[in-house]
Design a protein around this ligand. Structure first.
Ligand code: ADP
Ligand code: MG
Length: 238
């Protein structure tokens, strides 16, 4: 079953074309890593899947249904957290449960259990401002998973973290996804991160997906070559 699909999708801001013809399938339960030079349209692609940017041509679909706007079946996570600052970590996660229709009396325990999965059992009652950047990203992840969306769209989620926290977050994400599989589109410009996180890796260029790799094939060299070939185009696109 295909969770997300782009069919000849053209993505643009007004008359500024970013991607001209994207064909892409994301299978249910798959973690797809999307790589590409800065400005190639990675965030734009996630915006289209999130329903925040209508396609200029072609179609984008979620669960086989054309995407016409944001929906709670798709959750976007980016570098800056979108936690409500006046609600504790737990109560931020509870929001996602409320939206999903989980009965009030069950939300607290479920939220705590999601926070425990991301190693934040002890910090559940803290406000976001009392959490580090990495911890806030973990709350976001817990909230996204609690929403049980069809797909989680992650836009360089660990890009603002220091190297050590970032490595810890990568390990944590892998562990959490092993226990609670989810469909993830993980955008990064870091080849090693893509190799670590992705079940499959695609490279995005101005005309769409330019190459696809399987992490098992030790594709680091070919990926770097592919990115190198795209880099000069960046000047034209960005
Ligand atoms: N709101 C916008 N209006 C016009 N152009 C935009 C907007 N957002 C992004 N762009 C342009 O679209 C291109 C792709 O941007 P983006 O998807 O953010 O790239 P990436 O995430 O791969 O770095 C860039 O050339 C960028 O300048
Ligand atoms: Mg981006």
């Amino acid at each position: 079953m295909t969770a997300l699909r782009a069919e000849g999708a053209a993505l643009a801001y007004g008359d500024r074309a970013v991607i001209t013809g994207l064909d892409l399938d994301v299978a249910e339960g798959e973690v797809l890593a999307v790589l590409g030079p800065s400005g190639c349209g990675k965030s734009t692609l996630l915006r289209a899947f999130a329903g925040l940017l209508p396609v200029a041509a072609g179609r984008v679909l979620a669960g086989g249904v054309p995407i016409t706007g944001p929906g709670r079946d798709r959750t976007l996570i980016f570098q800056d957290d979108a936690l409500l600052p006046w609600r504790s970590a737990r109560r931020n996660v509870e929001l996602a449960l409320a939206v999903r229709g989980v009965p009030r009396g069950e939300r607290r325990d479920q939220a705590r259990s999601w926070l425990e999965r991301v190693g934040l059992g002890e910090a559940a009652e803290r406000l976001p401002r009392a959490l580090s950047g990495g911890m806030r990203q973990r709350v976001q992840l817990a909230r996204a998973l609690a929403a049980e969306p069809r797909a989680i769209l992650m836009d360089e989620p660990f890009g603002a973290l220091d190297a050590q926290t970032r490595a810890a977050m990568q390990r944590l994400l892998l562990g959490v996804l092993r226990d609670a599989p989810a469909t993830v589109v993980f955008v990064t410009h870091d080849v090693d991160e893509a190799l670590l996180i992705g079940d499959r890796i695609v490279v995005l260029g101005p005309s769409g997906v330019t190459a696809e790799f399987s992490p098992g094939d030790d594709p680091r060299g070919p990926i770097l070559a592919e990115l190198g070939a795209l880099e000069p185009l960046k000047e034209e696109v960005g």
